[in-house]
Design a protein around this ligand. Structure first.
Ligand code: GRF
Length: 229
């Protein structure tokens, strides 16, 4: 990790549903001409709508029904074996809504990246936008982080914020956070593809050449904090 890849950086993307974050990753690679490939898209639900989009883009897809496995461990063992066959540099979770076993996480040390729709460590788990409204926070957002065995926890790569509006409901808030998610995951994809991301001995993330790693939804769109300070 943190090395410049001798060949192109290899990503495996895991999804569970519509896959809009996956699309942001794939589009970033294509539009920015990144030295990277999504070598497989895997869903734990064979009917995940994002799989069709990936297939239409010519990507290799796998739809695996986790309900066909006797235990979470059995499913994750098979998933790890499938992922290993693609020799990825990173596994990008993009709306992958299944808890990973500690064995799975430790099989891919410092290589699994997740996007979570809250400003971690606030609001791990589900229904994050409702949680934010219930708590009355005035800033909400999203986090891209390395995955550890603890759910929605781990070294933070980037965060993005949106201001909460007085008349927000979970759907309106989710829609604005999603705009930040897409821009942020695209930028993180570029950092990873260029081998700029590393972890220090305190498990803190460094991105070479990035003064800060924060994003903000403004009336003009999603900006990096660097560009507006
Ligand atoms: C995103 O908000 C993601 O952060 C969360 O679930 C949503 C998935 O959206 N984990 P999509 O499948 O990427 O469109």
């Amino acid at each position: 990790m943190g090395d410049t890849f001798t060949t192109r950086c290899r990503f495996v993307v895991l999804i569970s549903g519509r896959g809009s974050n996956m699309q942001a990753i794939v589009n970033a690679i294509e539009q920015q001409g990144l030295p990277a490939d999504v070598v497989a898209v895997i869903a734990n639900k064979p009917d995940a709508t994002g799989l069709q989009w990936a297939q239409d883009r010519g990507l290799t897809i796998h739809g695996l029904d986790h309900r066909n496995y006797a235990s979470r461990q059995d499913f994750d063992n098979m998933l790890a074996e499938l992922i290993d066959s693609y020799h990825p540099d990173y596994i990008l979770l993009a709306g992958y809504m299944r808890v990973l076993t500690p064995e799975f996480v430790s099989h891919f040390p410092n290589s699994i990246v997740n996007i979570h729709p809250s400003l971690l460590p606030a609001f791990p788990g589900l229904k994050t936008h409702q949680q934010a409204l219930n708590a009355g926070v005035q800033w909400h957002g999203c986090t891209v982080h390395f995955v550890t065995p603890v759910l929605d926890h781990g070294p933070i790569i980037a965060q993005g914020v949106v201001a909460v509006q007085a008349d927000d409901n979970p759907d309106t808030l989710a829609a604005r956070v999603l705009r930040v998610e897409h821009r942020m995951y695209a930028d993180v994809t570029a950092w990873l593809a260029h081998g700029r991301v590393s972890l220090d001995t305190d498990q803190r993330v460094h991105v070479s050449g990035a003064a800060n790693r924060s994003f903000l939804l403004t009336p003009q769109g999603v900006e990096t904090t660097e560009s507006i300070l």
